[in-house]
Design a protein around this ligand. Structure first.
Ligand code: PEP
Ligand code: MN
Length: 337
C-alpha cells in the first residue's frame, strides 16, 4: 500500500502515520521527494483494511500497489531515484559511464586505464577482483590484492570504484574498497547474496540474468530494497538466445519497459552483449538513444593480452572517440554525458 501525504504534512504527521503502520506489523519505507512524501506499507495488507489511514492527519490518499515488486515500483517514488556516489549522480540528466578492464591485472595497467578513461569522460572505474568464470581453470581474479589496486587507482583519479561481489563471505572486504557493489548476471537470483547487499547502504549495480524476465529482474531488485537499500542501478547486459553472431542479444526494449515500471536508474552494458569490441560503439550509441541512464564499457590498455574478456574490450583511444560520438547522441535526446 502507498500512503501519499499532503504537501503540507508535518514531520510529526509522517511519524504518526508510520507508527500506526508499524503497530499493525507492517514495515515502513519512506520516500521523500521534492514535491511530497510517500510512505510504503509493506507486509500483510489485509491488516490495513480495517484501519482508515485516509482519516489520519496529513494523509492525502491511500493506493494499493498491484505489482509484485513494491519498493522498486514507480509508484513508490516521487520521481526518479538519483544515487549520489561520491558526488557522481546516477539517474539524473547526465549519462554516467562506468569504464575499465574486465578484471584487475596489474596496478600499472589499471591506473593507466583509469587515467585515460577519466580523461575521456568516464565517471566511474570498473574492474573485477573476484571473477565469475565459466572454467575453474581460468583466471579467477586477484582477490584483495586487486581491490587494493582499485583503491589506489581511485585515489589517483578520483573515480569511484565498481567491483563484483560473488560470495557473502567477501562482503566486508568489498565494502572496504568499493563504492558500488556489482552483482553479476549469474548471481541475479542468488537471493541470500541480494539480501546481504541490501543490508548495506552502498550503491548496488544489479545485472540482469542472461535468461531472466524483466519481472524477475525487478523482483531481485526488490530483494535488495526489502532489506533497506534502494541505491540500486539496474543493468541490462544481453540475454542468451539461439543467435550466435554476438555473445548475447541486448534487450533494448527493457529500457523503456523498466522506465515505465521502476524509479531506479537503468544502465546498459554493450560489452558483454557484443562479445567483440568492434560492435561496442554501435550498441553504445543505441543505448544512449533509447534512454539509458548510463553505460558500462570494458576498456583495456592491452586487450590482446588481457586475462579476461579482451576480445570485447575497447582500447582507450577507441573509447575516447566513442565518448565524443555519444555526446552528440546525448544532446539529441536532451541529455549530457
Ligand atoms: C562483468 O561485468 O565482468 C561480468 C562478468 O558481467 P556479467 O555478470 O554481466 O556477465
Ligand atoms: Mn567482463
Amino acid at each position: 500500500m502507498i500512503i501519499v501525504l499532503k504537501k503540507s504534512a508535518t514531520e510529526e504527521e509522517i511519524e504518526h502515520v508510520s507508527e500506526k503502520i508499524k503497530s499493525l506489523g507492517l514495515s515502513v519505507h519512506i520516500s521523500k521527494g521534492e514535491e511530497r512524501t510517500l510512505i510504503g506499507a509493506i507486509g500483510d495488507e489485509a491488516k490495513l483494511a480495517e484501519t482508515p489511514l485516509e482519516a489520519l492527519p496529513g494523509v492525502e490518499k491511500v493506493m494499493p500497489i498491484v505489482k509484485p515488486y513494491k519498493l522498486v515500483s514507480k509508484e513508490m517514488s516521487d520521481g526518479p531515484t538519483i544515487i549520489d556516489i561520491n558526488g557522481v549522480k546516477v539517474g539524473g540528466n547526465k549519462i554516467q559511464v562506468i569504464a575499465g578492464p574486465c578484471s584487475v591485472e596489474t596496478q600499472d595497467l589499471l591506473t593507466d586505464c583509469a587515467k585515460k578513461v577519466k580523461e575521456s569522460g568516464a565517471t566511474l572505474l570498473r574492474g573485477g577482483a573476484f571473477k565469475p568464470r565459466t572454467s575453474p581453470y581460468a583466471f579467477q581474479g586477484l582477490g584483495e590484492e586487486g581491490l587494493k589496486y582499485l583503491k589506489k587507482a581511485s585515489e589517483e583519479t578520483g573515480l569511484p570504484v565498481v567491483t563484483e561481489l560473488m560470495d557473502p563471505r567477501d562482503m566486508d572486504l568489498i565494502c572496504e574498497y568499493a563504492d558500488v557493489i556489482q552483482i553479476g548476471a549469474r548471481n541475479m537470483q542468488n537471493f541470500r547474496l541480494l539480501m546481504e547487499v541490501g543490508k548495506t547502504k552502498k550503491a548496488v549495480l544489479l545485472k540482469r540474468g542472461m535468461a531472466s524476465t524483466v519481472k524477475e529482474f525487478l523482483m531481485s531488485a526488490e530483494y535488495i530494497a526489502s532489506q533497506g537499500n534502494t541505491n540500486i542501478i539496474l543493468c541490462e547486459r544481453g540475454m542468451r538466445t539461439f543467435e550466435t553472431s554476438v555473445r548475447n542479444i541486448l534487450d533494448y526494449s527493457a529500457v523503456p519497459v523498466l522506465k515505465e515500471e521502476t524509479h531506479l536508474p537503468v544502465f546498459i552494458d554493450p560489452s558483454h552483449a557484443a562479445g567483440r569490441w568492434d560492435f561496442v560503439p554501435a550498441l553504445s550509441k543505441a543505448a544512449v538513444a533509447v534512454g539509458a541512464d548510463g553505460l558500462l564499457i570494458e576498456v583495456h590498455s592491452d586487450p590482446e593480452n588481457a586475462l579476461c574478456d579482451g576480445a570485447q574490450s575497447l582500447k582507450p583511444t577507441k573509447f575516447s572517440t566513442l565518448m565524443g560520438e555519444l555526446a552528440k547522441i546525448a544532446e539529441a535526446v536532451g541529455r549530457t554525458i
